[in-house]
Design a protein around this ligand. Structure first.
Ligand code: PLP
Length: 386
């Protein structure tokens, strides 16, 4: 079965996914949700909560016991001081957290500076909030580094916020501490709110180091930080995340949360409590698996002569396929039709990203290995040497 995919947008991705579903031997190399199961002790805690707490009242900002566990977690892992009573809101996953952060920090006509490429849903949230984005492009050659001086030069009198997603999706770049401190300096000079997304903070490779802006001098008082359990505990479907930040901003986030969705499911909150206070070995196990898979992907791309930004953190590689002379939509279509392997074309996320594909580490090693081998065969054919 071969279909001709439209050139860009989510329709493109849906068309490719639909085609892949039609192949019994398809391997999806672009997916974004972890392939691991939620650890069993978390599921047990949720079962218990169903029995004991199903009719409890849920405050919009979340259970105090969970907020205390979050406060402890962000201090231990990120060096962020967040008061459980006044500086934390529990959310329906990272997705709600990011919308709440945007609505807290920005209003119609305001500007936000965004290093690009970046996580697509921010663009949707900004459209929803009628906020204008000012993009700072980056490329695979510099491993998608964002130069703080470029950010400084992009500030206008309408700029109100700066988005920092580290490790980034899709580029997998991690902002080094020096750059981060310089970016906080720019934000302080122009009184900007920093919207920080730490969702991949537990998956960091080689000697790269993740630092949260809110942990650095001058950072805490102007930073809203998102995190969630979707990636770290393989809990995508539980919808459990949070925002931390200074009490005045969090007061607004809490009011928005109360008006938009009210409290987060009590069952998921108890599951989250078990995740944060229980054994942390499952996270370590997943991090080690991603480290091995990352190596497989990098070796395969090196072998195919494809350039990419070194994945410094996160769960993916963003690879530049411009040397093929093809748009990413066309290339993804060719690889899929020829070898039943689906890589996600950058064009599916943003028309500016047509030269990239995203490959994730979210398949078991044997499947990943086979998918990469088939991709190599397809690339050879595409380049006319196979
Ligand atoms: C950078 C980033 N932020 C937030 C989210 C949303 O996470 P969640 O699945 O918890 O809604 C994602 C999901 O892929 C992400 O990549």
């Amino acid at each position: 079965m071969t279909t001709t995919a439209p050139k860009q947008g989510t329709n493109l991705l849906y068309a490719l996914i639909a085609e892949a579903r039609g192949y019994s031997d398809a391997i999806i190399l672009g997916r974004g949700d972890p392939d691991f199961d939620t650890p069993p002790h978390i599921i047990e805690a949720a079962k218990q909560a169903m029995i004991e707490h199903h009719a409890d009242d849920v405050p919009p900002e979340g259970l105090l016991s969970l907020r205390q566990a979050i406060s402890e977690r962000v201090k231990r892992v990120n060096g962020i001081e967040a008061d459980a009573e006044t500086e934390i809101v529990v959310t329906n996953g990272g997705q709600e957290a990011l919308l709440l952060m945007v609505l807290t920090a920005l209003g119609p006509g305001d500007e936000i500076i965004i290093p690009e490429p970046n996580y697509n849903t921010y663009h949707d949230a900004l459209k929803f909030a009628r906020v204008n984005k000012v993009s700072i492009p980056s490329s695979a050659e510099t491993h998608f580094r964002t130069d703080p001086e470029k950010v400084r030069a992009a500030v206008t009198e309408r700029t109100r916020a700066l988005l920092l997603v580290s490790p980034n999706n899709p580029t997998a770049s991690v902002i080094p501490q020096d750059d981060l401190q310089a970016l906080i300096g720019v934000a302080a000079e122009h009184d900007l709110i920093i919207i920080a997304d730490d969702i991949y903070d537990l998956f960091i490779y080689d000697d790269y180091k993740h630092v949260s802006p809110a942990s650095l001098p001058g950072g805490k008082e102007r930073t809203l930080t998102l995190n969630a359990l979707s990636k770290s505990f393989a809990m995508t479907g539980w919808r459990l995340g949070w925002v931390t930040g200074p009490a005045d901003l969090i007061q607004r986030t809490k009011a928005l949360k109360a008006g938009i969705t009210g409290g987060t499911s009590i069952i998921s909150q108890y599951a989250g409590l078990a995740a944060l206070t229980g054994p942390q070995e499952p996270v370590q196990m997943m991090a080690e698996a991603y480290t091995r898979r990352r190596r497989l992907v990098m070796d395969a791309l090196d072998d195919m002569g494809i350039q990419y930004g070194i994945p410094q953190g996160g769960q993916f590689v963003f690879a530049d396929i411009s040397f093929t002379g093809m748009d990413s939509a066309e290339l993804a279509q060719r690889i899929l039709s020829d070898q039943h392997v689906l890589v996600y074309p950058g064009a599916a996320f943003d028309k500016e990203r047509g030269q990239y594909i995203r490959i994730t580490f979210l398949q078991p090693e044997d499947k990943l290995r086979e998918g990469l081998e088939r991709m190599r065969v397809a690339m050879k054919r595409v380049l006319g040497s196979g």
